[in-house]
Design a protein. Structure first.
Ligand SMILES: [Zn+2]
Length: 63
């Protein structure tokens, strides 16, 4: 049995319309990766949870 404080929810990926599993205590601005298409998605709303494509930026500039 899995005991978690957070409830798992499924949010539609804006890229591929697949289901992205998130905890319902996810924070706005959090970046998640779609398990289906690998797109980076930003949480743009939490009530309800909304996802949008994260800005495509190079990630190796910040070290
Ligand atoms: Zn996707």
């Amino acid at each position: 049995m899995i005991a978690q404080l957070a409830t798992q929810i499924a949010v539609e990926c804006p890229e591929c319309a697949g289901a992205v599993g998130l905890n319902d205590n996810v924070l706005k601005g959090e970046i998640v990766t779609c398990p289906d298409c690998g797109a980076e998605l930003e949480v743009v709303g939490v009530n309800p949870v909304l996802l949008d494509l994260a800005p495509q930026e190079e990630e190796d500039w910040g070290e």
